[in-house]
Ligand binder design. Structure first.
Ligand code: NAP
Ligand code: COA
Length: 264
């Protein structure tokens, strides 16, 4: 993973949690924050996957922890945060990246299918915010709370009514937290990626529905994003360079949304 123009020690002395850090976009973010000098805890359900991911990151010399937790369970998220704080001495950065998604038309979506995604994406982000707040508030660097969203949540998202509603809720929550937590020096933002190649998200949403080519052609920059594009956006928001940025969505989509709007 590349740090791009960022200094290798620009997050030195900070500690971070990345939920869903064992795969895809979360893994790329965790790896990049580590390369920038942060101590990172990877949190999700599948401990084997977390440990394999941690092994890769650790081989670069970084300090990495793994904690198994389901973000739907508030006590588990609290415990993951406590374990991280105990190991690293504090928490400066919380990245709420864990999510679940699948494509199903609304008429075939069961209540449990609706609830499951709302629980993971929206309630999971709530649990992360609740557990992280007391520690972010005391961060010597200024706390950072970042959630991964998507502009599809605001556009209407056929086949993903549950994820659309959940992510729109996440975007709204972040705006409110930015206002409530501003006086505590905690910056709250979302990153809204477009389709990111090689991820579970693209596999489920586009590869499996035969839309990959058409979706890729709809991006003005002519390609899907890469996980490192999102990771570097996260690094910017965590860095001192973003010290006056809060309450916004950093869109990392190669102009995809503008491209859709520009269509007749
Ligand atoms: P992914 O690799 O499947 O990442 C999702 C992660 O969340 C997994 O590591 C998974 O780990 C974890 N997770 C799922 N349910 C969980 C739960 N209940 N508790 C704790 N952890 C849980 O998919 P991705 O495509 O990289 O997506 C990452 C984020 O980017 C998501 O927020 C997604 O909505 C967003 N996003 C993705 C794209 C894209 O093109 N891929 C575009 C826009 C936004 P375990 O299975 O170990 O729990
Ligand atoms: N189509 C329709 N309904 C589906 C579905 C699909 N493809 N996948 C799951 N569901 C429904 C289930 O049928 C169930 O509803 P029911 O009880 O009415 O039958 C409900 O959703 C919960 O499914 P379950 O498998 O019990 O949930 P889980 O908690 O074990 O797993 C998921 C959560 C379903 C989100 C699972 O896909 C997951 O873990 N995803 C994480 C990775 C991911 O989604 N990455 C992409 C991020 S963009």
């Amino acid at each position: 993973m590349a740090l791009g123009p960022f200094a290798p020690d620009c997050l030195k002395g900070r500690s971070a949690i990345v939920t869903g850090g064992g795969s895809g976009i979360g893994f790329a973010i965790a790896q990049t924050l580590s390369e920038a000098g942060a101590k990172v805890a990877l949190v999700s359900r599948n401990l084997d996957r977390l440990q394999s991911a941690a092994q890769v990151i650790r081989s670069g010399g970084a300090e990495v922890r793994t904690v198994a937790a389901d973000v739907r369970e508030p006590e588990a998220v609290q415990a993951a945060v406590q374990a991280t704080v105990a190991a690293f001495g504090g928490l400066d950065i919380m990245i709420a990246n864990a999510a679940g998604n699948f494509v199903v038309p609304f008429e075939d979506m069961s209540f449990n299918a609706w609830r499951t995604v709302i629980d993971i994406d929206l309630h999971g982000t709530f649990h992360c915010a609740k557990a992280a707040y007391p520690h972010l508030k005391t961060s010597a660097h200024g706390g950072r709370f970042i959630a991964i969203s998507t502009l599809r949540a605001l556009e209407g998202w056929p086949g993903c009514a549950n994820a659309a509603a959940a992510k729109a809720g996440v975007m709204s929550l972040i705006r409110t937290l930015a206002l409530e937590w501003g006086p505590d020096g905690i910056l709250c933002n979302t990153i809204a990626p477009g389709p990111i190649e090689g991820t579970e998200g693209v596999k489920r949403l586009y590869d499996e529905t035969g839309q990959t080519k058409a979706q890729s052609a709809s991006v003005p920059l002519g390609r899907f994003g890469r996980a490192e594009d999102v990771a570097q956006a996260a690094l910017y928001l965590c860095s001192d360079a973003a010290g006056f940025v809060t309450g916004t969505d950093l869109v990392v989509d190669g102009g995809r949304q503008r491209g859709q709007r520009g269509k007749a």
